[in-house]
Design a protein around this ligand. Structure first.
Ligand SMILES: *Cc1c(COP(=O)(O)O)cnc(C)c1O
Length: 380
């Protein structure tokens, strides 16, 4: 009898549990080590370093925290500019605005909805300090072009790979290409710990300082390794490391990362095949994954012809118990957008924001996916 959304039979997201999470949490509990940087944190960081091929992985309590650490490592000063898409989550910008930085918003490519690398160079000024490519839907940005621009202008590249774990670009894992990268283990991502994230450090010279920033600006890690004889305040920093219980949960997920990715890819493919005809008839556009990219099926979205039809589809699906959602109010048009600077008209960003609808994609959807496909096709 309730409001339509209390009758939702197919939620947009449902966190997947492997079944081992509580077992590992019990082990952490029994070990008596509850603060961060215990055995599970070490396992998770080493897994990330191996898997992504990063110099160093540091667990954080969110991707947002990892982005804030990146802004500190990049020494962002008031007035410094950071180039990024406007079509992204708020944390991409907020982390730099917190340091007085100015996000400079660049439009996206029509195919992947990632930052248009062809528009980056004209957005660079003497104040530019970093470029932050966001790998939307786990599909890689044009990293070769972006790294080339960054090297020529001597600016850092910080990959927002929140959605990009287990994806690659030209055979290189997302998160391993930029100077720094951040990932998320939020419950809406593929590999989860409720809240959680990591900073990936790809330059040796940033390793030590990254540890210090994560440990409240102290050289605690160096002290415990016997590399300094006093443990003291040496830099800016905050408390960015998660406790062991969170790392224990995350370890259960990392062990299953391949299976989780394969099952998500199967769900993604099923949608993709199911909507091929509708695309051919001009009813919608499906996601485009360039040949250079292997993706992780983080998201399945459709692009409808306009805002009216997109909104109508979401509403009608809701009435049928299926939760589909739109994605991003562009940052430049948000109330805080005036803290940044838009370059060009950001037309494609506005178009994507108006026309995009994300469909449910979670492990366990298998039994209900036909219903989702059927309803979408009917409503088109
Ligand atoms: C999810 C997400 C974030 C934030 O991740 P948290 O772990 O929730 O802080 C940042 N950027 C992008 C692109 C995201 O998708």
């Amino acid at each position: 009898m309730g409001a339509p959304d209390t009758m939702t039979q197919v939620p947009f997201n449902k966190p997947y549990m492997t079944g081992k999470e509580l077992w590992y949490i019990a082990q952490a509990h029994a070990s008596g080590h509850l603060a961060g940087d215990g055995a599970f944190t070490r396992r998770c960081s080493e897994w990330l370093e191996r898997r992504v091929g990063s110099q160093k992985a540091l667990l954080t309590h969110s991707c947002t925290a990892a982005l804030e650490m990146a802004a500190l490592l990049a020494d962002i000063q008031p007035g410094d500019e950071v180039i990024m898409p406007s079509f992204t989550f708020v944390s991409t910008a907020n982390a730099f605005v917190l340091r007085g930085g100015v996000p400079v918003f660049v439009d996206i490519r029509p195919d992947t909805l990632n930052i248009d690398e062809g528009l980056i160079e004209q957005a660079i000024t003497p104040r530019t300090r970093a470029i932050v490519p966001v790998h939307y839907a786990g599909v890689g940005c044009e990293m070769d072009a972006i790294m080339d621009i960054a090297r020529r202008h001597n600016v850092l590249v910080i990959e927002d790979a929140a959605q990009g774990l287990m994806s690659s670009y030209k055979g290189r894992a997302l998160g391993s290409i930029g100077d720094l990268a951040t990932v998320s283990f939020h419950e809406t991502k593929n590999i989860i710990s409720g809240e959680g994230g990591a900073l990936l450090v790809n330059r040796r010279q940033d390793e030590e300082r990254a540890e210090i920033i994560r440990e409240k600006g102290t050289n605690r890690a160096l002290f415990f390794r016997g590399q300094v004889d006093k443990y003291t305040w040496v830099d800016l920093g905050s408390s960015y490391l998660p406790g062991e219980l969170v790392a224990a949960f995350l370890w259960a997920q990392m062990e299953e990362a391949n299976t989780i990715t394969e099952r998500r890819l199967a769900l993604w493919e099923r949608y993709h095949v199911a909507f091929a005809d509708a695309e051919a008839r001009g009813k919608l556009r499906r996601p485009i994954v360039p040949d250079s990219c292997r993706h992780n099926a983080h998201m399945y979205y459709l692009l409808l012809p306009d805002l009216r039809r997109r909104t109508a589809l979401i509403e009608a699906l809701k009435e049928r118990g299926i939760q589909a959602v739109f994605h991003y109010v562009p940052l430049h048009s948000a109330p805080m957008g005036s803290r940044g600077r838009a370059t060009g008209d950001l037309r494609r960003t506005a178009d994507a924001s108006d026309s995009l609808v994300r469909l449910p994609l979670w492990l366990g959807l298998e039994e209900q996916q036909d219903k989702v496909v059927e309803q979408v096709l009917q409503l088109l």
